[in-house]
Design a protein around this ligand. Structure first.
Ligand code: ADP
Ligand code: ZN
Length: 746
């Protein structure tokens, strides 16, 4: 009798134990099985074959086996188990991120196409009728023509293509009933590359690596020789040619018969990178990210699973791709916050990549111009190998950075200035020279608030303690909550006092776009933020138009700061560089430094020198000063001293716990009880509990929130302590969110 552990897609459930009845064969790890859960039958994934069965009588039989072969490779199942344990997530949630869309359905949903093939009988008939000696009822001219086309092709033809040649389905059906033609369906991969607006790039074989690139490449490629786990940081300034090194490393690993996973932070970055890698890997490239349709993602996943792919490019969830011969994982822009999933399971794609590489004996290369504090410290301590590129390719200079002190600007020009005189003049200058400009403001919308000038009433979200952001709507204005998506039309008069004096305050990307359009009526200006790229394919299309020179100015949020390579951009303007610094978050300075360094890195990547103009009200803040000098090392030292003094990561480990409740009192009571249960551990495991306290957003989506932080040096013990405390209160588990290694505590 076999007992197995199964992960089912139900939040918070641990593995469930089932019996495999005699009539069924024991399926392998990674196979899908149908199991009873309560009154339902669900599709789960077999994670262990020899489960303990202390109470065999209480154990139910599985209903059915879906796969005889592993659906998920065993290595991926183990990785999911690690994720569930480390991040304190349910195993079902962890398995779910590794599954392709549609995996819970009984049959997998390939798109199929119908093929018509002439039969031997049909061939004989065609020849016979050609000799005008047919038997039986003769064919109509259309049927005869169809048979001729199929006979000439010699292979089956898609019905879709036959229709274009004047052969209707009706004609084919009639031929099929007479046994002259067979109609079959075959699976067809939906191809996300069809839509890609970037043509494949043939690699420039003649391109020589710069001496710096050569040294870094030699150092990294040597690490692939061992065939065992290694981790390396490739620390290269913006425009130093990291992508070229990725490409050559990928090629080297591929030549040794192993597969490559390239992780990128932003979906928008995949088309150009994909085009580059397809130039080398041809069709054996798959992409995995959430902007693909379910059908495309499903098909790409199955291509990987079948082994038809040597290179996968994708965003964070691509770390679970069903590769079985992995030799290299590249995490590009490893510092990027989008690698962290902010819903269950709350994993960090980079950290999971390191764990996966460890288990599969692969090399993991973390690339960045602004490595995270954690990664750089690991490189300094020797835990990771360290390769560095200190210069841009072809000795192009880094963009010079000029600061504009906005306090002085306000004093001169009044408090409503958004784009300073210096930045306006510089934009005019570039437009005159037919060069391109990026303008960054990391805040979307038109205005940040609405208030009544008579009674002071403001518009807050009814579900969240958040002020509504104003967006231009046609016609009029709409106020929207960026957290829960609640929205309302902004009325003409105050809801409280009926006075017609509603005013908008603050500004976002929409307003900057409007001001630039007024100042430069002839310029071709577009905006890139979450609102403007909501439509599928919009972001790729906007970036493609900018790259093709059809736009002069792009205004946008951090979406425009990441990895793009636009050689004609010679000016980057940053409006309100200090937005992030106002937040009470321990990573605020790090984020600001990274964003400014990255965005300045977008300028001057072509033949002409670039410049960045940074507007700020804190021109003396170290993160802004050091980003201007592009002095990573100085920033790291300064920031590390702060983290050490305040006991923040990477000096200590952090777990953020948020307790939600119908009322604030209820949430606070629950949190207090959990913290009380943690007390024994605080004395023995050397961990500190901060809180409970109201969370920074104390009400979110209608729920009240209380938070406490665990700080310590031993992550496993911290986790165990919290698990023990929560185990005694199973009824509250659903209202508790645990964030291990949080990127933000807001
Ligand atoms: P990074 O990712 O480090 O910011 P990229 O890889 O985007 O930099 O490279 C910057 C630019 O330099 C790209 O346009 C790339 O094609 C070009 N480039 C890279 N390596 C070389 C080289 N060895 N010779 C000439 N151009 C190069
Ligand atoms: Zn809201």
């Amino acid at each position: 009798m076999h007992y197995i552990s199964v992960a089912v897609p139900v939040p918070f459930l641990d593995r469930l134990t089932y019996r495999v009845p005699e009539r069924l064969e024991l399926p392998p790890i990674g196979a899908r099985v149908r199991v009873p859960v309560g009154s339902r039958t669900l599709t789960g994934c077999l994670v262990r074959q020899d489960a303990d069965a202390p109470e065999p009588d209480a154990i139910k039989d599985i209903v059915d086996v879906v796969d005889r072969e592993p659906f998920l490779p065993a290595g991926v199942v183990e990785l999911c188990e690690w994720v569930a344990e480390y991040y304190m997530a349910g195993i079902g949630d962890a398995i779910a991120v590794a599954m392709p869309p549609g995996a819970r359905a009984r049959a997998t949903s390939f798109k199929t196409r119908q093929i018509a093939t002439v039969t031997a009988h049909g061939l004989a008939w065609g020849q016979a009728s050609g000799q005008a000696s047919g038997q039986g009822p003769s064919l109509t001219p259309k049927q005869g023509a169809a048979l001729d086309i199929l006979a000439a092709a010699g292979v089956g033809l898609p019905i879709r293509d036959l229709r274009e040649r004047g052969v209707t389905r009706d004609v084919l059906t009639r031929l099929a009933t007479r046994g002259l033609v067979t109609l079959t369906s075959e699976p067809e991969d939906r191809d996300p590359f069809e839509r890609a607006s970037f043509p494949d790039q043939t690699p420039d074989a003649a391109r020589e690596l710069t001496p710096e690139q050569r040294a870094a490449f030699d150092q990294l490629v040597a690490l692939t020789d061992a065939g065992t786990f290694r981790a390396a940081l490739l620390h290269g300034v913006t425009g130093s040619g990291k992508t070229e090194i990725y490409l050559r490393l990928a090629k080297a690993v591929h030549e040794r018969g192993r597969q490559v996973l390239l992780m990128v932070p932003e979906i928008a970055l995949t088309p150009s990178v994909t085009a580059l890698f397809r130039g080398t890997f041809g069709d054996r490239v798959a992409i995995q990210h959430s902007a693909l349709s379910d059908g495309e993602r499903h098909d790409q996943w199955h291509r990987i699973r079948r082994g038809d792919v040597d290179l996968v490019i994708g965003t964070r969830s691509a770390v679970f791709s069903p590769l079985t011969r992995l030799g290299l994982i590249i995490v590009d822009e490893e510092h990027d916050t989008s690698y962290k999933q902010e819903e269950a399971p709350r994993y960090h794609g980079r950290d999971v990549a390191i764990v996966r590489a460890t288990r599969e004996g692969a090399l993991v290369v973390l690339g960045s111009a602004t490595p995270s504090m954690e990664t750089y410290q690991n490189a300094l301590s020797g835990k990771y190998a360290y390769a560095t590129l200190e210069r841009r390719v072809l000795d192009r200079p880094l963009a010079g950075v000029r600061l504009v002190n906005m306090r002085a600007e306000y004093a001169d020009q009044g408090p409503d200035v958004i784009v300073s005189r210096d930045l306006t003049a510089a934009i005019a200058d570039r437009l005159g020279r037919h060069e391109q400009v990026l303008v960054l403001l990391n805040r979307r919308g038109y205005a940040t608030a609405v208030f009544c000038r008579q009674c002071g009433d403001t518009f807050e979200c009814p579900n969240c303690t958040i002020s509504l952001t104003v967006h231009r709507a046609r016609p009029g204005w709409r106020a929207r909550c960026h957290y829960c998506n609640y929205s309302m039309i902004v009325p003409k008069a105050c809801r409280k006092c009926a006075a017609p004096y509603l005013e908008r305050a603050g500004f976002g990307t929409e307003k900057v776009e409007e001001q630039l359009a007024e100042a430069f009526p002839d310029a071709r200006i577009a905006r890139v933020d979450r609102d403007s790229v909501r439509r599928k394919g919009a972001l790729t299309s906007l970036l493609g138009r900018f790259a093709a020179g059809e736009l002069d100015v792009l205004v946008g949020t951090q979406m425009i700061a990441k990895g793009h390579d636009f050689p004609r951009v010679t000016l980057v303007g940053v409006v309100s560089a200090d937005i992030g610094l106002g937040l009470a978050d321990f990573r605020a300075a790090e984020r600001t430094f990274q964003l400014l360094t990255q965005v300045a890195g977008r300028a001057g990547r072509g033949e002409r020198t670039g410049e960045a103009i940074v507007q700020t009200i804190y021109p003396d803040h170290y993160s802004i000063q050091l980003a201007c000098r592009q002095d990573y090392r100085a920033f790291f030292e300064r920031e590390l001293a702060y983290r050490r003094a305040m006991r923040y990561p990477p000096m200590v480990a952090l777990i953020n716990t948020i307790v939600r409740g119908r009322s604030f009192e209820e949430a606070m009571q629950t949190a207090t009880e959990i913290v009380r249960r943690l007390e024994p551990a605080t004395s023995t495991a050397g961990l500190i509990v901060l809180g409970p306290a109201p969370a920074p957003i104390v009400r979110l989506r209608g729920e009240h929130r209380v938070q406490f932080l665990l700080k310590g040096t031993k992550r496993a013990e911290m986790r165990r302590a919290l698990e023990t405390a929560l185990a005694g209160m199973p009824h509250v588990r659903r209202r508790v969110t645990v964030d291990i290694d949080p990127l933000t505590v807001l």
